[in-house]
Design a protein around this ligand. Structure first.
Ligand SMILES: Cc1ncc(COP(=O)(O)O)c(C=O)c1O
Length: 498
């Protein structure tokens, strides 16, 4: 039986730094100096709290954050361990690189586990990033596939050219021109969903070790891409108008990143919408320092309130913006049709990378989506889906009364998510998660969306995923899970039942 090691830690009780942050700092230092090695078992939170004479919540918080940053790993029933080379989760020392440059530290395992646990039968899961089947135009898809077979026969099952089925590229050109983006079909590359569009851009424009800037928090899938492609990510804080340009400029001056990735409309996960003046300022900055901007427009049309704004690509006069989007969130995620629009310099390289990746996006899917666009299905879907999403957003806002007191959230005018912050006097989002799933509800744990492991008290709720009655029940369960857990914390008063 492996006994937990006794930690040698001296805390500054009178200092400004919170106790749990001091604990994080001490453990990190000991891992980095080698005095705590991979596989070392740490004391249980209750024991360490006793040993150091601090509250257990400080230890629980510190362990959770260290886990999120990849320093620790937890094994159910066995305890908490120092993660190590063998598990590939210990963050590498920075080797004299500027300390602000982070390798993405999203805990792969915890996100996978999060998704898996949330899929248990009976769990009302708000954690995913898509709409459920009742939003999909199934009959129209069936009809489109039948028509494609009748019209094209076996041709619908051969390889397509890598750039994509030309009539679909022309239909994308027509669709985006209504958003103010003027391009020709030879600047449109059809991809396997928006995800592949983002990945191709990273592969085409960046090399291993290059630095990319994102919003912080950002889209988890982009953090995954950066990890897979060994690209460094630096997250710049956001405010209610999106990425902070003052911080971005300072960072550019010191670190010369190779790409800026943003979601100007209904940012995932925060729901922020960048106003017009900031869009223009961002483009000025990108042009001044010659840094390409990758715009992710996947939620652009999922708007149920307020006025639409032009995508960055519509304001781009120099070709510095690459615009990625798809018909996945708006219509059918599983058909995997996305696209990227770029100027000719990048386009050829993107096509080469796409060819190496998968030769072409499935022919049948491209042709079916093309027919659906021709028949006006997208416009009908947007109208119907956005109306229903507004109803579900309102149901979620009403049901928020069941959440812990002093929880905060945004009121999004579009997109799929409420971005919440739990009160700091109780469990953080990772600590609450297991109890929540046991109670029958799941959500996105906030710190997986950050490039630097922040956001412990944040939760992302996909309100589109359930009907209003289930949303209400899910929020009730969440409130109940929080209240049960808070009773376990020493020295904390039981919250009043609502
Ligand atoms: C911001 C953002 N970009 C891209 C994607 C990937 O979308 P797709 O299904 O089109 O690949 C998602 C999916 O959640 C997303 O939220």
């Amino acid at each position: 039986m492996l006994h937990p090691s006794k930690l040698n830690i001296t805390l500054d009780r009178g200092g400004e730094e919170p106790i749990y942050r001091q604990l994080i700092r001490h453990i990190k230092t000991q891992v980095e100096s080698g005095s705590l090695t991979a596989g070392t078992r740490l004391p249980a939170s209750r024991d360490l709290a006793q040993q150091l004479n601090i509250s257990r919540i400080s230890v629980v918080n510190a362990y959770a954050e260290l886990r999120a940053e990849g320093y620790l790993s937890a094994h159910a029933g066995r305890g908490t361990f120092i993660a190590g080379e063998s598990t590939g989760t210990t963050p590498a020392p920075q080797d004299g690189k500027p300390t602000e440059i982070e390798t993405p530290t999203t805990p792969d395992r915890s996100i996978r586990e999060m998704m898996r646990m949330g899929r248990k039968p009976g769990v009302i899961s708000f954690s995913g990033g898509s709409l459920p089947g009742d939003f999909y135009p199934l009959n129209q898809l069936r009809e489109a596939i039948n028509l494609v077979f009748e019209r094209d026969g076996a041709q619908a099952l051969t390889y397509e050219v890598t750039e994509g089925y030309y009539p679909l590229r022309a239909a994308v050109r027509d669709y985006v021109s209504a958003l103010g983006i003027h391009c020709n079909p030879n600047q449109v590359l059809i991809t396997g969903g928006t995800q592949q569009a983002l990945d191709l851009v990273i592969q085409a424009l960046l090399s291993e070790g290059d630095v990319m800037v994102t919003e912080n928090p950002t889209y988890l899938g982009m953090i995954d891409i950066a990890r897979a492609r060994r690209v460094q990510v630096h997250g710049i804080s956001i405010d209610e108008d999106g990425i902070r340009l003052d911080m971005l400029e300072n960072y550019i001056l010191d670190n010369h990143p190779k790409l800026i990735y943003v979601m100007p409309t209904f940012q995932n996960p925060s729901g922020a919408v960048m106003p017009l003046h900031r869009r223009r300022q961002l483009l000025n900055l990108a042009n001044e320092y010659h840094i390409p901007v990758l715009e992710d427009g996947v939620y652009h049309e999922i708007r149920f309130e307020g006025e639409g704004l032009p995508p960055l690509k519509a304001l781009d006069e120099t070709g510095i913006v690459l615009h990625a989007s798809g018909f996945t969130k708006m219509m059918l995620p599983g058909i995997r049709i996305g696209y990227v629009i770029s100027n000719s310099t990048h386009y050829e390289r993107l096509v080469r990378v796409k060819q190496a990746a998968d030769i072409s996006t499935p022919t049948l899917n491209q042709r079916a989506i093309h027919l659906m666009l021709e028949h006006g299905v997208l416009a009908q879907q947007l109208e119907r889906n956005n109306r229903e999403l507004r109803r579900r957003r309102d149901a979620a806002l009403d049901a928020a009364q069941y959440l812990p007191p002093n929880t905060h959230w945004n009121v999004p005018e579009g997109g799929l998510y409420l971005w919440m912050e739990l009160p700091r006097n109780g469990p953080n989002a990772a600590e609450l998660y297991i109890s929540a799933v046991q109670m029958g509800v799941a959500y996105g744990i906030g710190n997986v969306f950050y490039t630097n492991g922040c956001g412990s008290y944040r939760m992302r709720i996909n309100f589109g995923a359930h009907k209003p009655a289930e949303i209400e029940e899910g929020f009730k369960r969440l409130g109940r899970a929080w209240r049960e857990l808070i009773c376990d914390y020493e020295g904390m008063e039981k919250a009043p039942l609502l």
